[in-house]
Design a protein around this ligand. Structure first.
Ligand SMILES: [Zn+2]
Length: 467
C-alpha cells in the first residue's frame, strides 16, 4: 500500500464517516477479518445476523409482522438459514403492492433516502434506504472488492457511472469532494461515440488511473476502439466490471486489448454489491457476512450445485426497507468446488441471463439466452452482438466486427446462422445485420437478448401444434 493509500485508509475514511454519519471503517474491518473465516464460522455469523434481521423485521416492519403472524411464525422459528423457506419470496410486484408496509417504523421517515433501479431489466422499482444502507455496508463491500483487485481506497479510478443524481443536498456537496479525495475521474456513459472515444482514450492516458470501472459492454466498446486504432492500450492495473453479465467474448476482448483479466462483480441497486471475483476469477464470492443468498427452482426449492435457479437475496444489514428473500430476477448456480484462494465465502459459478432473456421457438421450446454458445461468437471475431426476436419464426442478430474483418462478413454470417440454428431452433429464419456498435439502453446497459414475442402467443402456437 503506498503512503497516500495508507493515509486515506487510516485518516480519511474516519473523517468521511464522521461527516456522512456512516460506518464504512467498521464494516470494512469486519469484512477484512471475516473473509478468511472458515465456512462453519461464516455460517454461524450469518445465522446470528439473519436472526437479528428477522427479529427487526418482525418488530418494525408491518408487512413481515403480518405474513409471519398469518403463518403462525415467530422470529425464533428461523433457527437456520434453510428456515427462510418458511417465508414467502418477495417479488417486485409485492414490493409495489406493500410499499408503505415495508418501510421500517423505527426509522424517522425524513431521514430515509428514496432510491431506485434503472429499469434495465424492464421493471423499475423504487425503495427506501437509510443513510447507512446506502453509504456504509455497501461501500465497504465495494472497497473490499477493490482490494481484491489490487486497488486501494485512494487509487485513481476512472468510471463510467450511471447518471443517477445525488439523492440530497448534502450528497450534492459531498459527492464531488469524495471523488476528489478518491482521485476518481468520471466519463459520461451516455456520450460514448466515435467522436468522443479518442478524447476518452486521451483522457485515460493523461490521468493514468489505476483502474477502470464500467459495464462490460462499455469497456468492450472502448477496447474495440483501441484495438481498431492500432495504438497500444493505456496501462491500467485493474478492470472492474459490473452492472450486467459479462460474456466470454467481452472478457476475451478485454484480456487481449488490456492484457488483464477483468474482475467481474455482481450487484444491483437494491442491495448494492452482492459478490465479486477474487484474484482466481473462479466465480463470484458472495458476501455472506451481509447477505443470505439462496438459489431456488421454479417451485421455490433449493437447487444443487451447478444447477441454475432463481437468485434470492436477504439483506442482513438493510434497515430502512428490509428485503427478505428478494427475487433478483437473475439466474445463477453455485460452484461445485471451493475457490483456490482459500476464502470460504460462498462461490457462485455463474450469474446468467435475466429471466426476461428467453427466446421462444416455433416448435414450442423456450431457450434461455445462456444456452447459446457465446464463446463461439468471439471465435468468429465478433466483438459485440444483440439478438432480437420480433416474431416466433425469426431472429435478427446485430453484429459488430472489427474494421479489418469486414471482408469476412459472409463467413461470419454463415457461422452465426449455424450457431443459432444449433442452439435455438433449426427452423428459424436468421437475419444478420452488421452495425458499428450495439446501442445501450437509456440507463447505459447492454441487453444482449431481447424477445418481443409474448409468452401467450408462444403458448397458443405450442397448444395448436400439440392438438
Ligand atoms: Zn477466491
Amino acid at each position: 500500500m503506498d503512503m497516500y493509500n495508507r493515509i486515506a485508509r487510516s485518516m480519511m475514511i474516519p473523517v468521511v464517516d464522521a461527516i456522512r454519519g456512516t460506518h464504512v471503517k467498521a464494516y470494512l474491518e469486519d469484512l477484512e477479518k471475516t473473509q478468511w473465516w472458515s465456512a462453519e464460522e461464516l455460517r454461524e455469523l450469518q445465522l446470528r445476523r439473519l436472526q437479528e434481521a428477522i427479529t427487526r423485521a418482525y418488530d418494525h416492519v408491518a408487512y413481515y409482522r403480518r405474513i409471519m403472524d398469518e403463518r403462525g411464525l415467530s422470529p425464533s422459528d428461523i433457527s437456520c438459514a434453510e428456515d427462510l423457506t418458511k417465508l414467502p419470496i418477495l417479488t417486485k410486484t409485492l414490493v409495489r403492492a406493500n410499499f408503505d408496509d415495508l418501510i421500517a417504523d423505527n426509522i424517522p421517515k425524513r431521514t430515509l433516502l428514496l432510491s431506485g433501479t434503472g429499469g434495465s431489466t424492464g421493471s423499475p422499482l423504487k425503495f427506501y434506504q437509510t443513510n447507512d444502507d446506502r453509504f456504509s455496508h455497501s461501500r465497504a463491500r465495494g472497497l473490499l472488492a477493490m482490494q481484491w483487485a489490487g486497488v486501494g481506497v485512494a487509487d485513481c479510478v476512472a468510471s463510467f457511472p450511471d447518471l443517477t443524481g445525488p439523492p440530497n443536498m448534502r450528497e450534492r456537496f459531498l459527492a464531488p469532494l469524495s471523488r476528489r479525495f478518491r482521485r476518481a475521474i468520471h466519463f459520461d456513459v451516455t456520450r460514448i461515440s466515435d467522436e468522443t472515444l479518442p478524447s476518452i482514450v486521451q483522457g485515460l492516458r493523461q490521468a493514468h488511473p489505476k483502474a477502470i470501472a464500467a459495464y462490460p459492454s462499455v469497456l468492450s466498446i472502448l477496447a474495440s476502439h483501441i484495438k481498431d486504432s492500432g495504438q497500444p492500450a493505456p496501462d491500467i492495473h485493474a478492470l472492474l466490471t459490473g452492472g450486467e453479465q459479462m460474456f466470454e467474448h467481452q472478457r476475451a476482448l478485454l484480456r487481449e486489448v488490456f492484457n488483464r483479466e477483468p474482475f467481474s462483480r455482481y450487484g444491483m441497486n437494491e442491495n448494492s454489491l452482492l459478490g465479486t471475483e477474487c484474484e482466481h476469477h473462479s466465480g463470484f464470492h458472495m458476501f455472506a457476512q451481509d447477505l443470505a443468498i439462496e438459489i431456488v427452482d421454479d417451485d421455490a426449492q433449493p437447487v444443487a450445485a451447478n444447477v441454475d435457479g432463481h437468485i434470492l437475496v436477504t439483506n442482513l444489514r438493510a434497515r430502512g426497507m428490509p428485503f427478505i428473500r428478494y427475487d433478483t430476477g437473475d439466474i445463477g448456480a453455485w460452484a461445485t468446488e471451493p475457490c483456490a484462494c482459500g476464502r470460504a465465502m460462498p462461490l457462485l459459478s455463474r450469474v446468467t441471463g435475466r429471466t426476461c432473456d428467453v427466446l421462444y421457438t416455433p416448435t414450442g421450446n423456450r431457450v434461455s439466452g445462456t444456452s447459446i454458445e457465446m464463446t463461439r461468437f468471439s471465435k468468429l471475431g465478433i466483438t459485440g452482438f444483440q439478438i432480437v426476436q420480433e416474431t416466433l419464426d425469426e431472429l435478427t442478430m446485430r453484429v459488430v466486427i472489427p474494421s479489418d474483418a469486414i471482408p469476412e462478413q459472409e463467413r461470419v454470417r454463415h457461422g452465426v446462422v449455424e450457431i443459432l440454428h444449433k442452439n435455438v431452433a433449426s427452423d428459424m429464419r436468421i437475419t444478420v445485420e452488421y452495425v458499428d456498435r450495439i446501442e445501450p439502453t437509456a440507463a447505459g446497459k447492454y441487453v444482449p437478448i431481447i424477445s418481443r414475442v409474448s409468452p401467450d402467443s408462444w403458448l397458443n402456437r405450442a397448444r395448436e401444434q400439440s392438438s
